[in-house]
Design a protein around this ligand. Structure first.
Ligand code: Z5A
Length: 212
């Protein structure tokens, strides 16, 4: 009998919502329970495309806005063969940011519409679950100053948050809002419960295509 596929689980959220912290904890908890699981993140800065994106985010280079949007998308597409292979082998992938960040960040810039921003990511592997870590700007501010990277300003982050809220109205995606203001452990328990439910459900379902 073919092995059951792994689930594609994505964590999204505004700056400092705790995405990386929670991705790591989720992968650890799944592995401890005997469930094959690995973490991925976007942008994946180690590839040639990822290095261009990283230099842009660190303000070491400038790229035209459409160009960098397409590079973020290309950075996801170049990892698709690996993602599909791992999912088919039964490994659950826990992904730190995905196409939703791509759309929310670019469409928060002047002159961009959601529709154009979504197009390059149409057909990517569709997540079985997207958890959006909700945190108010005031609570995020308590977790420290913004860093030095591009996009790390409160005005831009508020615009991004509004774009995420719009994307979350799309019923074709399995969104789950998570209260990220709780303690790390409480947020983790919530995320683990939702993940386990979806891992079981995904086993018997074909992998979908995003926004198709
Ligand atoms: N971007 C884009 O434009 N287009 C795209 O297609 C994609 C991304 C994929 C790089 O992101 C930038 O790329 C990002 C979006 C854009 N720009 N911004 N802003 P990144 O993933 O490399 O880096 P980041 O997303 O900026 O990380 P982050 O948002 O700042 O952090 P986080 O992962 O959400 O949080 P964390 O690192 O787990 O935690 C932050 C701090 O809070 C840390 O000190 C923790 O210890 C603390 N923390 C975490 N959880 C808690 C709780 N529950 N209570 C108290 N303190 C906590």
């Amino acid at each position: 009998m073919a092995c059951k596929r792994g689930a594609l689980i994505v964590l999204e959220g505004v700056d400092k919502a705790g995405k990386t912290t929670q991705c790591k904890k989720l992968v650890h908890a799944l592995q401890q329970s005997g469930q094959p699981a690995e973490m991925m993140r976007f942008p994946e800065r180690t590839t040639t495309i990822g290095q261009l994106i990283s230099a842009y985010l660190e303000n070491k280079s400038d790229l035209e806005d459409h160009t960098v949007h397409l590079l973020f998308s290309a950075n996801r597409w170049e990892l698709v063969p690996l993602m599909k292979k791992k999912l088919e082998q039964g490994t659950t992938l826990v992904v730190d940011r995905y196409a939703f960040s791509g759309v929310a960040f670019t469409s928060a810039k002047p002159g961009f519409c959601l529709d154009w921003c979504m197009k390059p990511d149409v057909g990517l592997p569709k997540p079985d679950l997207v958890m959006f870590l909700q945190l108010s700007p005031a609570e995020a501010a308590l977790r420290g100053q913004f860093g030095e990277e591009r996009y790390e300003t409160s005005v831009f982050q508020r615009a991004v948050q509004q774009k995420f809220e719009h994307l979350m109205k799309d019923p074709s995606v399995n969104w789950q809002a998570i209260d990220a203001s709780q303690s790390v452990e409480d947020v983790h328990e919530n995320i683990l419960t939702h993940s386990l439910n979806n891992i079981n459900a995904a086993e018997n379902l074909p992998l979908g295509e995003l926004w198709k």
